[in-house]
Design a protein around this ligand. Structure first.
Ligand code: COA
Length: 141
């Protein structure tokens, strides 16, 4: 990806404010160099997607706690839908931890529906595991 809006350092910084097990700068640098990966956002928050053929996936989405409940994540998801559709996607998938009420609320408002459950998908820092919901948004209804 050329000229990303945010550096790997900035992405890691925002991610660390949003997740218990954040991704580091090197992980973001690798992702930004990967095929099909798109980044949208600014210093308040960002969304990272990957588009392969007609399927897009939300790799991660994070908004700084001080910037939440102002509609930013919803705007990022809506813009990511347009951006990935332009790349050829017809649907967007994501995985979300089943106890992440904020994210599930957001995705539901954005029109995503649950289509699956991945058992013990996430391992938390304390070693416990958590199921993930698989959600999808079909662009052409
Ligand atoms: C999930 C997250 C990205 C939402 O960001 P945000 O900018 O606050 O979300 P928005 O302001 O766009 O919210 C849009 C809608 O989503 C729902 N929503 C957002 N946060 C919510 C919460 N804490 N509880 C319930 N619903 C919530 C609401 O319907 C909200 O609309 P409203 O504010 O008019 O009620 C943010 O809380 C975050 O970064 N969390 C930690 C990281 C994370 O969980 N990422 C997603 C992983 S899959």
């Amino acid at each position: 990806m050329d000229h990303p809006a945010l550096s790997p350092d900035q992405l890691a910084d925002i991610h660390a404010e949003a997740f218990e097990a954040p991704w580091d700068k090197a992980a973001f640098a690798r992702l930004l160099d990967s095929a099909g990966v798109s980044l949208l956002g600014d210093e308040r928050g960002f969304i990272l997607t990957r588009t392969i053929a007609d399927e897009a996936e939300i790799l991660t989405l994070a908004v700084r706690p001080s910037c939440r409940r102002q509609g930013l994540a919803r705007l990022l998801v809506e813009h990511a839908v347009v951006a990935t559709a332009t790349l050829g996607a017809q649907r967007m998938f994501l995985e979300v931890a089943e106890n992440n009420a904020a994210a599930i609320g957001l995705y539901t408002v954005c029109g995503f529906e649950q289509v699956g459950l991945r058992k013990n998908y996430y391992t938390r820092p304390d070693g416990s595991s958590e199921h993930a919901l698989v959600m999808v948004l079909n662009f052409l209804q």
